[in-house]
Design a protein around this ligand. Structure first.
Ligand SMILES: Nc1ncnc2c1ncn2[C@@H]1O[C@H](COP(=O)(O)OP(=O)(O)OP(=O)(O)O)[C@@H](O)[C@H]1O
Length: 247
């Protein structure tokens, strides 16, 4: 079994949501004490009803937001880092260098070509354009997009654009890839292709993939399923068992 790469202890997060009629601050509890250990090379689907805390958990794990209480620790090549205790500038550096992100939409820049979008991730870490574009072209090729390097994002299909997003997430050599509804805007055949590309380029290369999804066919392809209910883990198992238990 591979060592733990990312862990949480007693993770708690709530959001202010206005005031009660008598003027008291209202809070929506998103995470109510989450303990989770994620291992290198694992693919983990996070499922649960709308509002159960999936995106909040993903954002805490990735250091996009900080929890109100509890810890998130990254067990990276440079040793243990308590992400939840880092300053925003340090979390931002960690995200750029060690993590990759594939979201449903919105992270690709429409005015840039596919090649430029992927290369930009490396250039933001200090790589020279020529070197960055060389790596970007290799990743686009590995994801079946050879010949499409010079197309702008609007000139690609939804599935092709998601593969550009996967290339962009991978090109920096990230050890953990976070995906939030990566196939949410795609038809089922394209969704299956994008999931194959995502799994092959992450778990297939020893990286960790964490996917928030509503789609059981996406979760089914991951090695592990974590289900949230009201901000707590209510199931942590292999997907097949989870599906059988639901029925
Ligand atoms: N920025 C915010 N401000 C206020 N409340 C929020 C905010 N973000 C999330 N919440 C609340 O926190 C809870 C968990 O939200 P979260 O987005 O993590 O759930 P989710 O499981 O990802 O939902 P969905 O499947 O609908 O995307 C919900 O009650 C939600 O309304």
């Amino acid at each position: 079994m591979n060592p733990t790469i990312l862990s949480t202890r007693n993770l708690q997060k709530s959001y202010r949501t206005g005031h009660t009629p008598d003027g008291q601050p209202n809070r929506a509890v998103a995470l109510a004490g989450v303990d989770l250990d994620l291992r290198g090379g694992e693919s983990v689907a996070i499922m649960g009803a709308s509002g159960s805390g999936k995106t909040t958990l993903l954002h805490c794990l990735a250091g996009i937001i900080t929890p109100d209480a509890g810890e998130v620790t990254f067990h990276g090549p440079a040793g243990h880092q308590t992400i939840s205790a880092l300053r925003e500038s340090e979390r931002s550096k960690l995200r750029r260098e060690s993590f990759g992100f594939v979201f449903q939409q919105g992270l690709l820049l429409p005015e840039l070509t596919a090649l430029e979008n992927v290369a930009l991730a490396l250039m933001l870490n200090g790589s020279k354009r020529e070197l960055a574009e060389g790596y970007a072209a290799r990743w686009l090729g590995a994801l079946g997009l050879s010949g499409m390097e010079q197309r702008r994002i609007g000139e690609l299909s939804g599935g092709q654009a998601q593969r550009v997003a996967i290339a962009r997430a991978q090109v920096t050599g990230a050890s953990v890839i976070f995906a939030d509804e990566p196939t949410g805007a795609l038809d089922s055949r394209t969704s299956a292709e994008v999931m194959s590309a995502l799994l092959d380029s992450t778990v297939g290369m020893g990286k960790t993939l964490i996917v928030v999804t509503h789609d059981p066919s996406v979760a089914q392809r991951c090695g592990r399923l974590v289900e949230l209910h009201d901000g707590r883990i209510v199931r942590d198992s292999a997907p097949i068992q989870a599906q059988a238990a639901v029925r």
